[in-house]
Design a binder for this molecule. Structure first.
Ligand code: ADP
Length: 707
């Protein structure tokens, strides 16, 4: 402000100078003016102040009055080049200084976000003022408007200082503004961020589109008039229409005609009242394919607001398979021979079959929706509820009621024993238990009878075992006790024969001979009986036994007879077992002895020791080519003293095979013969392999099973 004040003072000073009423001519003597004129280089005023009239006031006329100054051409010695350089330069500067504000103003008007717009305006004004100054400077060569020039300069000075003053508070703010580089960087970052966001958005929408398209359910959107707006790939496959064929048509096209009006009515009612009869609820509907066939579907509808446009998304799931499965399940349950109950987690009966109706005497209508405890005797209800909860905490298929006093209660209050099989089943996401109920009244009675029979059998067995033991005891004692009198009978018969010597009549000698032979025969029988008794009563060893060695010992004992009969022996490699070596040697010796004894007269005896392994059990045998045995005697010959031939034919006491059977059975095996008359015999017996041979019976009776 002080500058503009100063300028104004100077300007007024110029006015005061004018006010001294001296003209240019008066102020400068003629000589001076003449000199200037003659040389054409002096300052010659165009008009005098006197001609222009007195300038008594500072006014527009004063401002444009140029009478007291010569044009610049006349002031000083100007060469054309010099003068025109000034004029041209000033004119060009004016041109530029006028264009710049125009551009600036244009820029400010266009870019409303330019910071500090007022500074721009001041700049524009300041530059315009500068330009005007230069224009005046150029004009002064012809029009010496020095006062105008002064005024323009004052204005320029004022505007320039105003600009300076306005700039000062703005500078810190301008400095705080981000530089162009920083702006560029942040712009680039922003561009990148947006590009990433756009890419993510594209990704998301692609993913969303593919999820929607590959969803297991049909997804269809409709507008508020029921017109289809979109349909996914599953909808195309489910309904047989292409999406573009569905879009733009009413959704009723996907329903049987009978349902269309109802659907439109729902939609209208919803739009009017907002009451969602359909919206959001998954419900079963009938849907229609392009070919007119229908299927059961589950429909869930949700509402969307896009802007202020309302549309609905329907998710349709084809449940025809599920429906078929449910029907199959229902029929299976119905056809089951047992009573079947479907019970919910809270114990409520959901389904029963005809068998349940028959078993409990209820109609199914009386049972469905009732607690399952209705079918349980009152005394068991509490424990049943606890059992039921226990089952639902860890549901798994299991039987129940077996071995427990589990009873059902009929409608008439009577009770009956039942067996229950429980199976957890999940139907439409809900956990149930499918219980199969069997009336076991009959079975319980049979079991009672069987238990009574088993008890009786145990008693009989015990009595038999006792009698066997007594019999063994008796045979042992009897054999021992009989041996002594027999020995005496024989020795006294011999003594009598000796004592009488030659006095013994022939007939008496023959009688004594019969007595001696009979006594000897009886002694031999008693000895055999004792051997049999020992075979059943002796303490049996349990040790590793090589059957090879047992067979060797038996062969050694029979060597004389083998030689005598010229028998041929064949043997397969025999295994080792666990058992009693003496008993097993005796077994081989008896069987091979019989094979030698009962050989066919017309052929050389061939005896083969056989071995086979079957299911972990050794099947061993002694095979001959002898006289053979008739089928009806194959079992009898193992009984004590059973013989098929008289002593005249083959000697023996009939105890050998009985001993064999005892030996085999004490080892946990059994013995039998395969034979045909005159075809030879194959005596076979089983022995447990290895440690299983330990599982033997000490009682002499073969165990029925060895666990
Ligand atoms: P024993 O040999 O003392 O007669 P066993 O108990 O050994 O008594 O045999 C009983 C009967 O079985 C014999 O009398 C015989 O008739 C028949 N038998 C046994 N082994 C054979 C065999 N290898 N071939 C034919 N018959 C046999």
């Amino acid at each position: 402000m002080w500058t503009s004040g100063m300028a104004l003072l100077l300007f007024l000073g110029a006015g005061a100078h004018v006010e001294d009423k001296r003209t240019f001519r008066e102020a400068f003597p003629d000589e001076v003016r003449g000199a200037a004129n003659t040389s054409s280089k002096c300052c010659t005023p165009g008009t005098s102040s006197g001609e222009a009239g007195a300038l008594d006031t500072f006014s527009l006329r004063t401002l444009v009055d140029t009478s007291d100054f010569p044009p610049r051409w006349r002031c000083g010695i100007w060469s054309s080049a010099h003068g025109w350089t000034h004029i041209l330069a000033d004119s060009l500067i004016w041109g530029a200084y006028t264009s710049i504000p125009v551009i600036l103003v244009y820029y400010i008007r266009k870019r409303r976000d330019v910071p500090f717009p007022r500074i721009f305006w001041l700049f524009a004004l300041f530059i315009l003022a500068c330009g005007t100054g230069h224009l005046v400077e150029a004009g002064i060569f012809w029009w010496p408007a020095y006062r105008v020039s002064a005024l323009v300069k004052v204005i320029t000075a004022t505007v320039s200082w105003l600009t300076v003053i306005a700039l000062m508070p703005v500078i810190p703010k301008a400095l705080a503004l981000p530089g162009l580089k920083k702006i560029n960087e942040s712009l680039e970052e922003e561009i990148k961020r947006r590009a990433t966001a756009e890419e993510n958005l594209r990704d998301r929408s692609t993913r969303l589109a593919s999820i929607v398209n590959t969803a297991a359910d049909a997804i269809i959107t409709i507008d508020q008039n029921g017109v289809i707006e979109s349909a996914n790939g599953t909808a195309e496959r489910m309904f047989g229409w292409k999406a573009e064929e569905m879009i733009g048509r009413n959704v009723g096209m996907l329903m049987p005609p009978a349902d269309r009006d109802r659907h439109n009515e729902y939609l209208r009612a919803y739009l009017k009242t907002g009451h969602a009869k359909v919206i959001g609820i998954g419900r079963e509907v009938t849907a229609m394919r392009r070919d007119g066939t229908t299927f059961e579907a589950d429909l869930a509808v949700s509402e969307m607001l896009v802007g202020n446009r309302r549309s609905f998304t329907g998710i349709v799931r084809d449940i025809s398979e599920r429906k078929q499965a449910e029907e199959l399940f229902r029929r299976t349950v119905e056809a089951a021979p047992n009573g079947m109950l479907l019970v919910g987690l809270d114990g409520t009966i959901s389904m029963v079959n005809t068998q349940i109706e028959k078993l409990f005497g209820y109609d199914r209508g009386d049972l469905v929706g009732q607690p399952v405890e209705l079918l349980v005797p009152a005394r068991c209800r509490e424990s049943h509820i606890a059992d039921r909860n226990l089952f639902f905490n860890a549901p798994s298929a299991r039987p129940t009621g077996l071995g427990r006093d589990f009873s059902g209660r009929r409608r008439d209050g009577s009770e009956f024993p039942i067996e229950i099989g429980l199976n957890p089943v999940r139907i439409r996401g809900t956990q149930y238990v499918l219980a199969s109920v069997i009336d076991i009244t009959q079975r319980m009675e049979t079991l009672k009878e069987l238990a009574a029979q088993a008890k009786e059998l145990r008693h009989t067995n015990a009595a038999l075992a006792r009698k066997n033991a007594e019999l063994d005891e008796f045979s042992s004692v009897a054999s021992h006790d009989l041996q002594e009198p027999l020995r005496k009978l024989i020795s006294f018969s011999e003594l009598l024969k000796t004592d009488l010597g030659g006095d013994l009549p022939e007939r008496a000698a023959t009688d004594i001979k019969f007595i001696t032979e009979a006594a000897s025969r009886m002694r031999s029988l008693v000895e055999d009986l004792l051997t049999l008794s020992r075979a059943g009563r002796s303490v049996m060893k349990r040790e590793h036994v090589s059957l090879e060695e047992c067979a060797d010992r038996a062969i050694a004992a029979l060597a004389a007879r083998i030689e005598e009969t010229h028998a041929v022996l064949e043997r397969e490699p025999l295994p080792a077992v666990i058992g009693d070596a003496t008993l097993l040697t005796q077994l081989y010796q008896n069987l091979m002895g019989n094979a030698l004894k009962f050989h066919a007269a017309d052929r050389q005896p061939v005896i083969r020791l056989t071995v086979e392994q079957k299911d972990g059990v050794w099947e061993l045998g002694v095979k001959d080519n002898g006289i053979g045995i008739k089928p009806e005697y194959r079992e009898q010959i193992f009984a004590p003293f059973r013989r098929l031939h008289g002593r005249g034919e083959f000697d023996g006491s009939g105890i050998g095979l009985a001993i064999c059977r005892k030996a085999v059975e004490r080892h946990g095996g059994h013995i039998w013969v395969e034979s045909e008359p005159d075809q030879g015999s194959h005596f076979k017996f089983t022995l447990n392999a290895d440690k299983e041979a330990l599982c033997l019976s000490d009682s002499g009776i073969a165990p029925s099973s060895c666990l």
